[in-house]
Design a protein around this ligand. Sequence first.
Ligand SMILES: Nc1ncnc2c1ncn2[C@@H]1O[C@H](COP(=O)(O)OP(=O)(O)O)[C@@H](O)[C@H]1O
Ligand SMILES: [Mg+2]
Length: 261
Amino acid sequence: MLELQDISVIFNERTVNEKKALSSVNFQLQKGDFVTIIGSNGAGKSTLFQVISGAVLAKTGKIILNGKDLTSLPEYKRSRFIGRLFQDPLKGTAPSMTIEENLSLASQRGKHFSLKLFSHKHKQEMIDALKSLDLGLENRLEAKVGTLSGGQRQALTLLMATYVTPELLLLDEHTAALDPKTAQKVLSLSSKLIEKHQITTLMITHNMEDALKYGNKTFIMKDGHIIAYLEGETRQKMTVDELIHLYSTSTQDYNDKILLR
Ligand SMILES: Nc1ncnc2c1ncn2[C@@H]1O[C@H](COP(=O)(O)OP(=O)(O)O)[C@@H](O)[C@H]1O
Ligand SMILES: [Mg+2]
């Protein structure tokens, strides 16, 4: 379970550039919840991920994941149980290392790293996992990751982030830099992995169709606030046009949050 209580983030406090990027964000997720997050540029979506992953610290509030209070835990410790993917396919893998070496590192999440490769049994598991990507990477174990295409690399990053099942997965527009066909492939792969391992997931997207198609909940963000929570039947029946309408007409009164089930 992931719980955020009254989380606020202020950048450049007490300077002329002071910016309240998150204002009293609250929510509670159950294991396996898959939330899509939409909101215009600057709404605070990436800041939300940064505060959850520990890249920035909260000004107020508490973050609790499966009973652990993460609020003041350093980022590297949180990375042991939180997987992250970014828009840039170049982040998250080591380009001068091979596919096998990258996956070997991913398989040691939370342990002391060593550059040992897989034993025979584990190698077969790795090959099976690569096969499931359906990109032919299982035949290229010795290939340097830097030689892969953006889509292949993002699919591999996804596999690495979930190879040891994380307690939480954060996807920050992870398919936005890919061509539409590859983006859909990586998205459906993400959704399959998330479902298979029941990974609690937050996914930021600019694509309204994807926001409704994937996951079981949707949050709408504006000016550092979550202004609407969609789930259940209302979300299932919602059309893209209705979502855009809700998004663009949402009230500026942030105390008046919309909960649609
Ligand atoms: N490290 C930072 N220092 C100062 N301001 C920042 C920093 N990161 C983000 N911001 C500001 O906080 C606001 C929210 O940014 P962000 O979370 O990146 O938005 P989104 O991901 O929704 O586009 C923006 O106004 C942005 O300029
Ligand atoms: Mg962002």
